[in-house]
Design a protein around this ligand. Structure first.
Ligand code: RP5
Length: 167
């Protein structure tokens, strides 16, 4: 049986409905070979689960938390309030306000409790994982190599000239 690698990154989200966005963070972490865990943790529906998760995260060996939420998105800020691990917040696109509510809820943290806030939606989830990778790469040369390779693949995938999608 293979060795179980303890997760270094925790991806948490306020609802099952956030997974469609947050799965992009999981995909990038997989690409980089970083062990992660995923949990549904709601600041308002499961506050005790959030407390338990954030207060135990560092002791369990996590290095970074990626927190995605939509609407009145308290999750990243509340998680950051209960740990000194880096917390990256992903504003999930909401139906009513297209994620502007999520963005402003997450980005406008009062000074003293930082949340590194990314773009709304898929781009934010992708970049949160790349930033988590950059943090872990400071300690692990293998992850640094994987990040360099990820960038190189992206560069190679850009065509010199646009193609007609109908052709
Ligand atoms: C937030 O409310 C979640 O992060 C989600 O983005 C939003 C809607 O949740 P559901 O009603 O889909 O469960 O707490």
């Amino acid at each position: 049986m293979g060795k179980v690698v303890p997760p270094q990154v925790g991806i948490i989200m306020g609802s099952q409905s956030d997974w469609e966005t947050m799965r992009h963070a999981a995909q990038v972490l997989s690409d980089l070979g970083i062990a992660f865990e995923t949990r549904v943790v709601s600041a308002h529906r499961t506050p005790k689960r959030l407390y338990d998760y954030a207060t135990s995260a560092k002791g369990r060996g996590l290095k970074v938390i990626i927190a995605g939420a939509g609407g009145a998105a308290h999750l990243p800020g509340m998680a950051a309030a209960m740990t000194t691990l880096p917390v990256f917040g992903v504003p999930v696109e909401s139906k009513a306000l297209k994620g502007m509510d999520s963005l402003l809820s997450i980005v406008q943290m009062p000074g003293g409790i930082p949340v590194g806030t990314l773009a709304i939606g898929k781009a934010g989830a992708t970049n949160a994982a790349l930033l988590a990778g950059a943090v872990i790469a400071l300690m692990e040369p293998g992850v640094d190599k994987a990040l360099e390779a990820w960038r190189a693949r992206q560069t190679e995938s850009v065509a010199e000239a646009p193609v007609d999608p109908d052709s």
